[in-house]
Design a protein around this ligand. Structure first.
Ligand code: NDP
Length: 263
């Protein structure tokens, strides 16, 4: 039996074991997926091999540590320096990032998107902005404070803080901040958000499993919206495809994984 895990701190809340185990069972794939509460990201590789894992996912706050731990980085992870999926290949640790492609999968139903506003400037914002840039999507970043915007400025994104955000029109506004996760906060002042959302068609939140204050406002203004569940599903399908060594189609993996969102 092949063994997989998710590393994080905290990790108890993670839906990944449920999602992956249900796929393995449905596809009759001889594997099991567990969770590992890892405090020290520097011990990621050592723990991975001690447990005899074939692959793993990595969540907050170890995604950068996972990048450092790998012997080889493939695909999009190279560009952003953030790894969320690990695979063992003959004793070599290979790192991938499936978060950003997971998000692209999530917004497919919105159709063609040309102009995006990302709210927040953390790890998720970096991954999404770089992925949008790859697709030639015009991307603006809005953050509460100036500090974290330097990463985006250096890469030629348009950047603003709340104080200097112009009243521009976007196809999609994405909340990548943690505002609304545990609090009832909006990710930017309400007046500013209202103005921006009124000129926009779609809204998306990286936070999953709840209608955040940001999504509530979008819904009130009649925008089509989605929470982070499809992003979670998307990154999970792509990770599972790597875990099962491309033996199954994405559709075959997606069906049972999606089912777990009804549990
Ligand atoms: P980071 O900690 O790297 O970034 C947080 C960002 O949010 C910063 O730009 C910060 O601004 C901003 N921020 C935090 N609190 C507030 C607030 N109250 N008001 C306005 N801005 C705020 O976080 P991550 O990028 O790692 O994760 C962000 C969210 O995305 C989390 O909620 C996480 O759960 C979710 N996520 C969901 C995934 C999915 O599959 N659905 C995948 C990955 C993440 P400042 O610079 O001013 O401090």
């Amino acid at each position: 039996m092949r063994l997989f895990a998710i590393f994080g701190d905290p990790v108890a809340h993670s839906r990944s074991p449920l999602m992956h185990n249900h796929v393995f069972r449905s596809l009759d794939y001889d594997a099991c997926y567990t969770r590992v509460h890892l405090k020290d990201g520097a011990r990621l590789k050592e723990t991975f091999y001690k447990l005899g894992l074939s692959g793993a996912n990595v969540t907050v706050p170890h995604k950068e540590a996972a990048f450092e731990a790998c012997d080889e980085i493939r695909g999009f992870a190279k560009k952003v320096g953030v790894v969320n999926t690990l695979i063992d290949e003959d004793g070599k640790l290979i790192g991938y990032n499936t978060d950003a492609d997971g998000f692209m999968f999530a917004i497919e139903p919105f159709g063609e998107i040309k102009h995006v506003l990302i709210i927040g400037a953390g790890g998720t914002a970096k991954a999404l902005a770089s992925r949008f840039q790859e697709d030639g999507i015009d991307t603006t970043v809005l953050n509460r404070s100036e500090n974290r915007l330097s990463y985006f400025k250096e890469r030629s994104f348009q950047t603003h803080t709340w104080e200097n955000m112009p009243e521009q029109a976007f196809d999609l506004i994405v909340n990548t901040t943690s505002a609304g996760l545990e609090s009832d906060e909006l990710p930017a002042p309400e007046t500013l958000l209202r103005t921006l959302l009124q000129k926009c068609h779609f809204a998306a939140d990286a936070i999953y499993g709840k209608v955040t204050p940001f999504l509530r406002l979008a819904s009130e203004l009649d925008l089509a919206y989605k929470d982070g569940s499809d992003m979670l599903l998307g990154q999970g399908v792509l990770a599972n495809e790597l875990f099962t060594q491309q033996n199954y189609s994405r559709e075959a993996i997606k069906g049972p994984m999606q089912k777990t969102f009804e549990f």
